[in-house]
Design a protein around this ligand. Structure first.
Ligand SMILES: Cc1cc2nc3c(=O)[nH]c(=O)nc-3n(C[C@H](O)[C@H](O)[C@H](O)COP(=O)(O)OP(=O)(O)OC[C@H]3O[C@@H](n4cnc5c(N)ncnc54)[C@H](O)[C@@H]3O)c2cc1C
Length: 458
């Protein structure tokens, strides 16, 4: 096998259109979608290595569109803030950057102009970007490879939908020594020189100007998108919070978690960068393990769920025991809140209202409360299917890290028992695990948390 063939046979790579690179092609193009970074990006790394083997320059094509499902101004602002660090990082490595935006977003049109030898993309298990990749693979005239760049263990190696962390964990752990390795940030051998007349926007352009977007959700103050900001946050977390993570991760009033989820969602930082920095740190072993369990096992279990379960964002994704048990309790009396009452945080429960407020104002809700929040939506909705729909709607609309496999898996866990086991039978919930106000609010300083959320401006 030649060196290019070896690159294509990497477990992270899917060959979506096979064949030899076009010998007359001028570049290797990396179509950046999910992995929006120049640092430690396995898809970019494959593209640069291929370009170096072919003695051609490498160029990144990135073109946001206004119709990404459920994305609103809050999300687009964060995405846009990440673009200058992509541009700077690529320049340092001699890689080109072409930034366009809707309606000039078509990869195929760009390829007609640029004439690539080979196109490389990244992977995202969600259904819409998968359709886009399939459409491109059907129409491109040159080979098209995609790279599973935002997981440590390539998601295809888990083979099928996993029952829970207990089945995924041993498989992932076995493969970690092979895949938890530095990604590499190879420089382009043939530096990029932008051809005359090739259209590209400046990295700090207002990408959403003139777009018809949902502007009802304001951008979040106090957090900015981009690799530079993500790295600062990672450094501060490792220095100040990692050692206490096993305890503080269950204390919503302490803000002791990494707050990296939005950066991971947009690909501004990759899991390799985070995991290797945590491994290298001087924090106690138990703290590192507790954090890596979330970052690797739980996160990659969520990706596995979305990759292998076509119903990942609706009630049908549930486990058979939960469906049966919830159906048996369909007629149980319940207190119902309208969707508007929930969205406006007008329930009788001060803890739930505080959590909802944290999400609406700051674009983030603490993990411990996300569980409680979704369980209560189940308790207060007419049917479990409507509860599922409502939780997805609110989560995707307000969370900066929403529209992500972690969100769909978290909601499926809370409402339809995904990755969980049957518990003692209760009204409404049946055998789905229940969380009560009394026990949840005693596990941390909930009064302080509620005060903190009431004091939020916005
Ligand atoms: C109902 C519900 C909805 C959720 N919605 C989302 C969502 O939309 N987007 C999202 O990224 N996460 C979601 N989560 C998972 C989790 O709550 C967040 O990832 C976490 O709170 C983010 O904060 P952090 O970055 O400080 O996490 P840390 O505790 O610092 O963890 C580090 C990273 O590990 C991953 N991680 C942590 N906890 C989990 C988990 N339970 N499942 C999977 N991965 C995890 C995240 O990528 C996180 O950034 C949801 C969980 C539930 C129960």
């Amino acid at each position: 096998m030649d060196e290019l063939g070896r690159l294509a046979s990497n477990a992270r790579v899917t060959v979506r259109r096979s064949g030899a690179p076009d010998p007359d092609g001028k570049y290797v193009v990396y179509w950046m979608q999910r992995s929006q970074r120049a640092l430690d990006n396995p898809a970019l790394e494959v593209a640069v290595q291929a370009a170096n083997l072919l003695y051609k320059p490498c160029v990144v094509f990135f073109a946001p569109v206004p119709f990404y499902p459920h994305a609103n101004l809050r999300h687009y602002r964060f995405l846009s803030q990440g673009i200058p660090s992509i541009a700077t990082g690529l320049k340092k490595r001699g890689i080109g950057f072409v930034l366009r935006r809707y309606p000039d977003h078509h990869l195929l049109k760009f390829c007609e102009q640029a004439r690539p030898a080979l196109v490389v993309g990244d992977e995202n298990p969600m259904r819409e970007p998968e359709h886009w990749r399939e459409a491109v693979a059907a129409r491109l005239g040159v080979p098209f490879w995609t790279v599973d760049a935002d997981v440590i263990v390539p998601s295809r190696l888990l083979l099928k939908e996993q029952y829970g962390a207990y089945t995924a964990r041993p498989r992932i752990r076995r493969l970690l020594p092979e895949f938890l390795q530095p990604v590499g940030n190879t420089r382009a051998k043939i530096g990029w020189k932008s051809p005359h007349g090739l259209q590209s926007l400046p990295p700090d352009s207002d990408l959403t100007a003139g777009w018809k977007l949902d502007c009802s959700v304001a951008p979040v103050a106090g957090i900015s998108g981009g690799t530079d900001h993500a790295l600062k946050r990672l450094k501060s977390f490792i220095r100040n919070d990692l050692a206490n993570y096993p305890v503080d991760r269950n204390k919503p009033e302490r803000d002791g978690t990494s707050r990296l989820s939005a950066y991971l969602h947009f690909g501004h930082i990759g899991p390799h960068t985070v995991a290797l920095a945590v491994q290298k740190s001087k924090a106690p072993k138990a703290a590192k393990e507790a954090f890596l369990e979330q970052l690797i096992v739980r996160r990659e279990l969520a990706i596995n769920f979305v990759r292998f379960n076509p119903d990942y964002d609706n009630f049908e994704s549930g486990t058979p025991w939960a469906h049966k048990s919830l159906a048996e309790h369909a007629g149980d009396p319940r207190k119902i809140y309208s969707e508007r009452q929930m969205e406006e945080a007008q329930t009788h429960d001060p803890l739930w209202n505080a959590a909802q407020r944290q999400m609406v104002v700051t674009g983030f809700m603490h993990n411990y409360l996300r569980m409680y929040w979704a369980k209560k939506i189940l308790e207060w909705s007419k049917t479990p299917a409507r509860a599922y729909q409502m939780a997805v709607y609110l989560n995707d609309k307000y969370e900066l890290d929403g529209r992500d496999p972690n969100g769909y898996a978290g909601i499926a866990w809370a409402i339809v028992g995904k990755h969980d086991r049957p518990w003692f039978e209760r009204p409404i919930f049946g055998k789905v695990r229940y969380m009560s106000f009394n026990s949840t609010s005693k596990k941390f300083d909930s009064k302080r948390y509620i005060q903190q959320m009431e004091a939020l401006e916005g």
